[in-house]
Design a protein around this ligand. Sequence first.
Ligand SMILES: [Zn+2]
Length: 431
Amino acid sequence: VRRLVVYTFGAIALLVAAGAAWYFATLYRPGPAHTGTLALTGATVLVGPDLEPRPATTVLVERGVITAVGAAEADIPPDATVVDLTGTTLLPGLIDMHVHLGAPEGERGAEMGPLQVPGAVADAVRFVPGTRRALLAHGVTTVRSLGDDHAWVLQLREGIRDGTLEGPRVFAAGPLFTAPGGHPVVTIGVDPQGDGVRLPATPDEARRMVHAVAADGVDLIKVVQERGGRKRRLEPIAPDVLTAIVATAHERDLPVTAHWGSPQDLADVLAAGVDGLEHVESRGALDRWPGDAPRVLVERGIALTPTLSVTEVALPPDVHRRLRQRVAEFYTAGGHVVVGSDAGMPGVPFGGGVHRELELLVDSGLTPREALEAATSAAAQVMRAPDIGVIAHGHAADLVAVRGDPLTDISAVRDVEMVLRDGRIVVDHRQ
Ligand SMILES: [Zn+2]
């Protein structure tokens, strides 16, 4: 009997050790923090918030921070590591303003079978290494999580901050504020009791819940206000509850962004005083902006994340064309557009979704340079993150070098040569 006990414990110990070894081997951990000086030479550098192209410009990076743009050869310290980026364009790392990091990637309409569940769980406990890898591989160095399991996404954000996990910087809204009969509870079956949503029934409860997630350290609040379409009615948040959510968030100095559906939903969230809008996804085709919405949005400085890459997957081409027209009207009116893909939703890949969104914004009438601003400096501004999104002295060295010239052909962003995150080279395709 004693021998059996020893064997059993031995077998369990081996399994635990194998599990731990596998866990650490597949975690995707960062290399050492950047030290010394890195000189990036030869690239056309897109400088400043306006992405002004400067050919053959040297960028110096010290301890993860940009210390010089346009350094002369004599300024390069003799012990610097020189990286020749001739033939590439160097731009700030891309920012995806709308992701769901906990969602497994998949094709539209694909259901997760029981055989995929263990893999999904294993992925979640390792904080989705494949997702973090894919984002960086596509030059996405910052993401804004808009609807993930609250405790999980804050742990992921912390792991990346403290150097335990490699990955893009994470800004997180934590749980979605919505109604029990609303999206995403009844639409895609998000657990109403789970940590991914908050369902306040009264203004008092809303205030308590916002204070609680604010104390946990979220970067913003996301509300969902959607009545649904003719096919399925959804429950919106009551106006007094919505107002309490936004007012309490503002008390805590947190911006609020809103998922909206119909023109009435838009009116509700504007009345409540939100700071940002997600999607241009009216349950009709949004044949026109309601009233003088673009002017109101511009006046209030409300940023719009059109997420055209997710609606492209879901909607017929003619409807999608109308959504792009609405984006064009908003932008022409002076509106702030930022890039968000809704990656994690079926059919929208992490990283690749940002490249597609950039192309769709160019299809909507933005110049490639304006589209890139929406994925860099403009996005950083909306996230109140002054250290990222711009190539200038003192900014974080989150950088991406792509082959060719994305200012003439936006699809050049797909041809990633090198990616730096806080000065660490995390992707390197040099021959
Ligand atoms: Zn989303």
